[in-house]
Design a protein around this ligand. Structure first.
Ligand code: BTN
Length: 271
């Protein structure tokens, strides 16, 4: 019986800096072979503000976290898992829309790398044919008048084990290997994601989510479809009518248009 190839846990930070080009001086990149969760690390040990975006990449996470208290499972060399501590100028429109902008940036970066058919499931799951390719966990750092800051955690499935089964993941999961016929080196993927995040966060900080809303809606997986949004003890049935300038989900119901703001909402096709 053939053993699986040994996972490649090496990561070339210099290559990422080269791929980032002139922009590389704006990032402080760090790689660890393994940690619990890159989000938890940055939330608990927040680097000093030196004007750069601090990025922590993990070869493997042993306690990866997802939205709504879920776990994020990954296997060595199967996923790009990283978090970036992003500080925004005082007065920037954080948090409204930040989570959606992050999903949009991931989708656009992947499209530029040749991935087709990407869709966004509110607020920020990145799907292909209803299957999850990337997950995002945005956590705000307590501000109290300081520069607003958020830890942006991203996991992109590069090459999952063949027999992977992720419980609770409606629609299933996919990876770059399956979608492209080959995977993308983790270094190129990280550089592309950071470049796109940087570009879209600039637009967002200057003009708010409204400036990116059209691009988000073009990729809305549920546009015009019957949906159920549940959370906070209530359930809303209706038709997905997109998002507004604050990033709230809009659902057309029998009694009118309802706004869903909470990130703790699950959305699925109505039966
Ligand atoms: C979700 O789909 O529910 C969000 C998944 C977010 C996973 C990423 S992997 C890097 C970062 N560290 C974590 O513990 N979570 C995020």
């Amino acid at each position: 019986m053939n053993a699986s190839p040994a996972p490649n846990l090496r990561f070339d930070l210099e290559q990422v800096a080269l791929d980032l080009g002139a922009r590389s001086s704006e990032f402080a990149l760090r790689w660890v072979e393994s940690c619990g969760s890159t989000n938890t690390e940055l939330m608990n040990c927040t680097p000093e503000d030196d004007g750069r975006v601090h990025v922590l990449v993990a070869g493997q996470q042993t306690a990866g976290r997802g939205r709504r208290g879920r776990v994020w499972l990954s296997w060595p060399d199967s996923c790009l898992t990283f978090s970036a501590l992003w500080r925004f100028a005082p007065g920037a429109p954080v948090p409204a829309g930040l989570s959606l902008v992050t999903g949009l940036a991931v989708a656009v970066a992947l499209e530029k790398l040749g991935v087709e058919g990407l869709q966004l499931k509110w607020p920020n799951d990145v799907l292909i044919h209803g299957q999850k390719l990337a997950g995002i966990l945005v956590e705000l750092l307590p501000g109290r008048g300081r520069t607003p800051a958020a830890v942006i955690g991203i996991g992109v499935n590069r090459r999952l084990p063949d027999d992977v089964n992720i419980p609770g993941q409606a629609g299933g999961v996919t990876d770059l290997q399956r979608e492209l016929g080959h995977t993308i080196p983790a270094e190129s993927l990280l550089a592309a994601l950071l470049t796109e995040l940087h570009a879209l966060f600039e637009t967002y900080a200057a003009a708010g989510f409204g400036a990116l809303r059209g691009a988000w809606q073009q990729r809305n997986a549920f546009a015009g479809l019957p949906v159920t949004a549940c959370g906070d003890g209530s359930t809303i049935y209706g038709t997905c009518a997109g998002v507004d300038d604050d990033g709230a989900l809009l659902i057309r119901t029998d009694t009118g248009l309802q706004r869903v703001l909470s990130g703790e909402i699950s959305l699925r096709l109505a039966p």
